[in-house]
Ligand binder design. Structure first.
Ligand code: HEM
Length: 298
């Protein structure tokens, strides 16, 4: 069952139905988690299970905050909303997601130091990650001071700073993973950037849009505008994932198809190809659905 707006058209950030009970948004979120875990398993091949777990938690938290803050600051437009109550409900819901992500960030950062993923002396990328973890926590706590309507503009500035700090931290993360080699850095930054945008969008959809719709089914039309803006990003995100993924796979395995299925590293890469294919399939199916809903005669 899809929640429908007053014009009776289906809506959804991934081109998916906005259904509070639907499985698809959760499937997308889970696929992104598994794909990123496979990525960290590859880039940290041979390291201890727990250490890789904390490093993965760190990139998931940074990605969710980076992509989620992009939505909050760029895609979310309060003027879409007729009722202040809905705007407030969306903002409060996002604030909860931020809290959860900042906690995960702290846990991932401290765990990465404790398990030696970030060994001393820290490299410049790890220093940026460390600053990012500390500053993000500080800024997130600071945002509470600007919660009133009259200080909304200041809160927006602080949140932009928060966004910049998270991006700096992600850039540092990628620096560490690529030892700062320029071409490798650019490719990996594209890969991790696509991940951040998508998992941030998936976090919004699952933990902001759907709970808000459950509480206020009437807000479906208002929420649709932000969701549409997000959907336009997906073809680019998928293309960047594919191009950067293939580049990295060739660097690891060469052009050998047998290495893709016949070696442990290759099988992880194959899983990532499969996950991207499933995500792309879901997006295509739902783009077609959304098109049909927009143009029932076409
Ligand atoms: C065509 C599909 C894909 C391929 C071939 C691919 C390939 C790779 C490879 C080979 C690495 C490791 C690079 C290295 O250690 O040198 C990697 C890292 C990574 N991938 Fe993918 N990937 C694909 C799709 C995805 C998807 C769909 C996600 C997210 C759900 C994802 C998230 C990540 C992450 C988070 C890393 C770790 C980055 C880091 O540690 O800096 N990848 N990918």
């Amino acid at each position: 069952m899809a929640i429908r707006g007053s014009d009776d058209k289906e809506t959804g950030p991934f081109g998916l139905d906005v259904s509070p009970k639907g499985l698809q948004p959760r499937v997308v979120f889970a696929l992104l988690l598994v794909g990123s875990a496979a990525g960290i398993w590859l880039s940290r091949w041979g390291e201890a299970f727990v250490a890789r777990g904390f490093w993965w938690l760190l990139v998931v938290a940074l990605g969710s905050l980076g992509g989620g803050l992009y939505w909050r600051l760029v895609l979310f437009d309060a003027s879409d909303f007729e009722h202040d109550d809905t705007t407030r409900a969306v903002s409060e819901q996002w604030r909860r997601v931020e809290a959860f992500a900042v906690l995960a960030l702290l846990l991932g950062g401290v765990g990465s130091v404790a398990t030696g993923v970030m060994a001393r002396p820290l490299d410049p990328g790890e220093v940026a990650v460390g600053f990012g973890v500390a500053l993000s926590t500080f800024l997130w706590v600071g945002l509470d001071r600007y919660s009133g309507d009259e200080r909304r503009q200041t809160a927006t500035y602080v949140r932009w700073l928060f966004f910049a700090v998270v991006l700096g931290s992600l850039a540092g993360f990628v620096w560490t993973e690529t030892s700062g080699r320029p071409l490798e850095w650019v490719v990996r930054a594209g890969h991790v950037g696509s991940f951040a945008l998508w998992i941030g969008g998936a976090s919004w959809h699952n933990f902001v849009v759907l709970p808000t719709l459950r509480a206020r089914p009437d807000a479906a039309d208002e929420i649709k505008a932000g969701a549409r803006r997000f959907r336009r990003h997906l073809p680019v995100v998928i293309a960047v994932f594919l191009a950067t993924g293939v580049y990295q796979a060739v660097r690891l395995l060469g052009y050998s198809v047998s290495a893709l299925f016949g070696t442990p590293v290759g099988r992880f890469v194959a899983v990532k190809f499969a996950i991207l294919a499933m995500l792309t399939g879901l997006v295509v199916v739902n783009f077609v659905k959304a098109r049909k809903a927009d143009d029932p005669d076409g």
